[in-house]
Design a protein around this ligand. Sequence first.
Ligand SMILES: N[C@@H](CCC(=O)N[C@@H](CS)C(=O)NCC(=O)O)C(=O)O
Length: 199
Amino acid sequence: MTLFSRANCPWSHRTRLVLAEKSINIDIVYVDGDHLPEDLLDLNPYNTVPTLVDRELVLYDSRVIIEYLDERFPHPPLMPVDPVTRAQFRLALFRIEKDWYGLAEEISTASDNRKAGRARKILEESIVSSAEIFAAKPFFLSDEFSLVDCTIAPILWRLPAYGIELPQKVKPIHRYMDEIFSRPSFQHSLTEQEQELRL
Ligand SMILES: N[C@@H](CCC(=O)N[C@@H](CS)C(=O)NCC(=O)O)C(=O)O
């Protein structure tokens, strides 16, 4: 299997974290700069990373990829088994992608400081307002580490790069970050560029 990834892309990062959590050995091809490799352009009509190639199968969109990886490599499972909890996890994934990843992208690509500042403020407020959910269980919505944690972690890791410092009062979120960031799979998932985001 081959994964096309960028060295500092949150969508690629969550995919690398799933790979690390499941100890899946895979070739990771890092793309850099404006020009994507020809084979990737041929494989993925949206020209995005991450893109996964597993023999004849080509997958893009990190959500499609991580759900495939969870089913193809069931241990450890990263989704609950019962339909109601699975649906709740999928809804959480949808919201985190739409809200937090959306705002993170706005901060990174904003054409002016005012727009970036507005997105920064909304992202910080949204994360802080979720403190009770972080407090309720060891992992997000769960006693077990899951695809939702794999999705949240790349955004929390990048907070300093987004210019966000969470207040000390949100202790459950600081506890959660310490827990996730010290996980061997998380450490393994980081590229050099990502390590430098929190030196
Ligand atoms: N929803 C997509 C978003 C992927 C995405 O936006 N990737 C960015 C990099 S972070 C991308 O490929 N941009 C074009 C490029 O890097 O050339 C996913 O989950 O895979």
